[in-house]
Design a protein around this ligand. Sequence first.
Ligand code: TYM
Length: 331
Amino acid sequence: METVVSGIRSTGKLHLGNYYGAIQNFVKMQHEYNCFFFIADWHSLTTHPTPSDLHSNVKQVLVEYLAAGLDPEKSTLYVQSDVPETTELYLYLNMNAYVGELERSTSFKDKIRAQPDNVNAGLLTYPVLMAADIILHRATKVPVGKDQEQHLEMSRTFANRFNRLYNHDYFPEPYAFNFSDNLVRIPGLDGKGKMGKSEGEGNAVYLSDSPEIIRKKVMKAVTDSGPTAENQEKPVEIQNLFDLLKVVSTPDTYEHFDNLYNTCQIRYGDLKKQLAEDMIIATTPIRNRINDISQDTSYLRQVARHGAIKARESASKTIREVREIIGFRSF
Ligand code: TYM
């Protein structure tokens, strides 16, 4: 059975971009593959969270994984920092990752623009840690959104380079995966780019948002003054709303508003109302489970412990074999 690995950075609440870009695939994959899903708390250190934020964010992601439908009996759910074997593989991979190629990564360039006062080495080697997460379990499929495509390409480079250096066909190549043919990019509500936590207040709809908050955010989404000619191309902020409609609403609803747009009869207020209601329908069951699960500390502890044991079993086997391949042998 093929192995699947994926993770989400522990920077707090999860949004619809995380859900439709990644978690929905996790939930489906757990029935078909040998799955490892983790909470990337080491990755979150690049932005220096306080100790109490770090802890509460890890808990939040664990709760939301479970609320979204991940089953700890079916897949291995774990916290990255509970599996120290990850850091050992990260060290080995760092020896064969070149500074030039890391500096050229799009995410590194974005980060140094976003946090010019904190260009730490962890940011530069972020894709190496990510490759370690993945190949630690010798995974071949990695469910992620479109923004992670380049990181997956780098993971393949590092896996192949290790194999070549030691002349050993050990790590398989990992590929980004989505059940539909294409990787997903969920837009935000600000009329610009993707939905994301760091893109400003109001841009992201969180799984834990109440119906009132969702309505408020969606009603504030950026629009234009409306189409002036039939079948005209939609400007980006309008296309974004239609893209969101496509993921949360029925095909009939999408078509209804698309026809209204194409015949210049659209009223954006109606579209937004419908979009907000369909987002509420999609998130309400998850939000209810978030509230229930977050109360159950002993269940969360049990899930994290059980996951750490299973993940370390797989990880320690890889590290044993990798040490042997590299030439670490006991006397
Ligand atoms: P992160 O935490 O930024 O995002 C988690 C997952 O959600 C997806 N995603 C989106 N998909 C579509 N549209 C959006 N607007 C959107 N926003 C977020 C991301 O593509 C991702 O799949 N580096 C990773 C975490 C990570 C990881 C790994 C992933 C660490 N190690 C190993 C896979 C395998 C990250 O920061 O994702």
